[in-house]
Design a protein around this ligand. Structure first.
Ligand code: AMP
Length: 697
């Protein structure tokens, strides 16, 4: 039989529990014989100390100490240098977890790998990933990441009196506050909603006490002991002590020695409450938001479950009673409940995985939610800014997934990449969200229509970690994904979106009807209009070819960028001999010219009459269209509008006009072709919302 660990990796303390041989949750002692291991690391010249000894070094004012690093978990810009080495929170947590694992193994007298590690419900994707990575680096098999309040609810839910209830788990720890609404019944523990503030916790109370002491000392002596790092650390430790003492006593004293001065200050609960009262108001707002979102009120609540060391303060319990109008649920050890819940979950999961583990008699099903909405950067409906377009709203049960289709323009010789910037946060304002990274999909196959539909699946897994995957709809193939942290300049995301800057190469075939009726004035007009058309097309980015047709079809000029020879060819159309009646069609030749080009391709047909060819002209035109070639048809004289409509890509591309107005009609087509997207169709008909077009960069 094996053990699996439940690890409460706390900001100030960490706790490890297991389900023991008798199927009972048990909190393990560390190598110092205590259940709470301070989350503190000391980097000595010779060795690294973790826990109690490190905390003692901190109390002595040694600066080679790391603490409260959980507050910077997942923050890629955070790191501290100790004795020449650089440590971020993930590395520091690895050191701490190694000690917790080692001590647990010593207590259990056996090796243990499997573990569930708890995190504040408020942790975002990078914080969760960093926690998992730290666990792995410490040699643990991380079965899952569990939200701390959910873990506390699981521990509470085991109790016999935990029959059907709506419970608010109020978790005020050392560095974070989480509030979670849970529905408990005989069979399940269901999280209805959660919210939190990861910059609010017992440390803020310590800071306030320290500032108060500093002020009083200054008033008496004229010097501020907080200006000195060593004395500041010393006062912080004493401040935490003052705070804790006031949890069981009405008043206490604190001695501060600094410089030649030695001062004693008296502290009362009243002073503590006076200087920290506002901190509690932040917890009220968040609690009420969670209740409101679940359609509940304080009255409908069965009780409040206080969790986390800071709920030992009487002022916190009084405050909870005041705002809720309820007694708090008693009998849960606030320090141990989270790790016990994690141990229950760890053994349940190990058992589900088919492992031979010590387990409880029975388990309740657990359903959790994520406290952050998952979104992506998208252009707002009015096109004026980039916004966070939410795909999975917060408080949705996890695991969960959503699929959205996107259209991407493909090219034969292009890289065909699709970039998606993933975000977590509630605001539409990207600056108020955390950017998870740039997710780039590659291996997108070029589609002859040049517009590929990519179905992207966004998901939260059971750990609340984001996973994104994509499939190209036509090929059914899963696309390769690479994720880059967004270290580069993201200012453009905060600016007004610019028109897509990529210049798409355009290949245009002018198909000229040279039948008998075109000869003379009509052709002169057509030549003028075509020359004007050339002057309006951006030739830096385009190539043009010419096909003439009547009885025969003929490539008058292959695709070229050379404007001079195009003009010459147009001026010489008069001498091209393709017969007099229109029994042929231009699309077959144009198709040959355009089928293998990159970028956008167009056929601009000019005709003055009906085509009497036996060939299936519309069928051949459709084949061109199916391969992504767009057709514009300009007709005059005896040409019929219905016929023009039937060969053009869409109605807007079919123009019936007068011979004298050919120039304007050609100009119109030139303008549409020159438009940024280069597409006459725009991205329509794929079901995506207009505000969620992704950044096709
Ligand atoms: P946790 O993150 O749940 O381990 O909570 C640690 C926080 O609880 C730290 O800020 C401690 O100072 C605080 N704490 C622990 N015991 C007490 C106590 N008796 N009274 C007030 N705060 C406490």
């Amino acid at each position: 039989m094996k053990y699996s660990l439940g690890i409460d990796l706390g900001t100030t303390f960490s706790v490890v529990s297991v389900i023991d041989e008798k199927g009972i949750p048990k909190v393990l002692n560390n190598s110092e014989g205590k259940t709470l291991t301070p989350s503190v690391i000391y980097f000595g010249e010779e060795d690294v100390l973790v826990g109690e000894e490190a905390k003692e070094m901190q109390a002595m004012g040694d600066e080679n100490v790391a603490s409260f690093f959980k507050r910077n978990m997942g923050d890629e810009y955070f790191g501290i240098n100790f004795r020449g080495d650089y440590y971020n929170s993930e590395k520091l947590s690895t050191i701490l977890l190694k000690k917790l694992k080692r001590d647990a193994e010593a207590a259990l007298k056996t090796q243990v790998e499997d573990a569930v590690i708890t995190v504040p419900a408020y942790f975002n994707n990078s914080q969760r990933e960093a926690t998992i990575n730290a666990g792995k680096a410490a040699g643990l098999n991380v079965l899952s990441i569990l939200n701390e309040p959910t873990a506390a609810a699981i521990a509470y839910g085991m109790r016999n009196d935990a029959i059907e209830k709506n419970l608010l788990v109020y978790d005020l720890g050392g560095g974070t506050f989480d509030v979670t609404l849970v529905h408990i019944d005989e069979a399940s523990i269901e999280v209805l909603g959660t919210d939190g503030d990861h910059e609010l916790g017992g440390k803020d109370w310590d800071d306030r006490v320290a500032v108060y002491i500093g002020q009083k000392f200054f008033e008496k002596t004229g010097i501020n002991p907080l200006d000195d790092m060593e004395s500041y650390n010393d006062i912080l430790v004493k401040s935490e002590n003052v705070k804790k003492q006031l949890s069981t006593r009405e008043k206490c004293q604190v001695n501060i020695c600094y410089g030649e001065f030695k001062e004693t200050f008296e502290f009362t609960r009243e002073i503590l409450e006076g200087i920290t009262g506002d901190l509690l108001e932040r917890t009220k707002r968040l609690s009420e938001d969670v209740l409101k979102n679940a359609g509940l009120s304080w009255q409908k609540l069965s009780g409040v479950l206080p969790v986390g060391g800071s709920t030992r303060m009487p002022m916190v319990i009084e405050y909870i009673k005041n705002i809720s109008g309820k007694d708090v649920v008693a009998g849960i050890n606030v320090d141990e409940a989270v790790s016990i819940g994690a141990a229950i979950e760890a053994s349940r999961q190990a058992k589900l995985d088919g492992k031979n583990v010590f387990t409880l008699g029975s388990y309740k099903r657990t359903e959790d939610v994520m406290s952050h909405s998952l979104g992506m950067a998208a252009i707002s409906k009015d096109g004026t800014k980039y916004i966070n377009s939410i795909i999975i709203p917060k408080n949705k049960k996890i695991p969960c997934k959503e699929t959205r289709p996107y259209v991407i323009r493909t090219g034969r010789n292009r890289k065909n990449l699709l970039d998606v910037y993933m975000l977590q946060g509630e605001s539409e304002d990207i600056q108020k969200c955390s950017i998870l990274g740039k997710y780039t999909f590659s291996n997108i196959e070029h589609e002859s229509s040049k517009q590929a539909v990519i179905d992207i699946e966004y998901a939260y897994n059971k750990n609340g970690v984001v996973t994104v995957s994509a499939v190209q709809r036509k090929t059914g193939k899963k696309l390769s994904l690479s994720i880059e942290k967004c270290e580069d300049d993201l200012q453009w995301l905060y600016d007004e979106p610019k028109e897509e800057e990529e210049k798409i190469h355009k290949s245009i075939v002018i198909a000229m009807d040279l039948s008998g009726s075109m000869r003379g004035v009509p052709l002169e007009n057509a030549v003028l209009a075509a020359k004007n058309f050339i002057s309006e097309v951006d030739m830096n980015n385009s190539e043009i070819g010419i096909v003439a047709f009547a009885n025969k079809d003929e490539i008058v000029m292959d695709l070229t960028k050379d404007e001079k020879s195009i003009i010459e060819a147009i001026e010489n159309l008069n001498s091209v001999k393709v017969g007099t009646s229109t029994t042929s069609e231009p699309f077959s030749k144009a198709y040959e010219m355009l089928r293998n080009v990159d970028g956008d391709s167009y056929i601009v047909v000019l005709t003055d009459g009906q085509w009497y060819g036996k060939k299936d002209v519309v069928g051949i035109a459709n084949k061109c269209k199916a391969d992504g070639i767009e057709i514009a048809a300009i007709g005059f004289g005896s040409a019929k509008k219905e016929f023009l409509d039937s060969i053009a890509t869409c109605r807007e591309n079919s123009i019936f006009t007068e011979a004298t107005k050919l120039t304007q009609s050609f100009s119109k087509i030139a303008r549409v072709i020159s438009k940024t997207s280069g597409s006459l169709k725009l991205f329509q008909g794929y079901g995506q919302k207009s505000n969620s077009l992704n950044l096709l960069k």
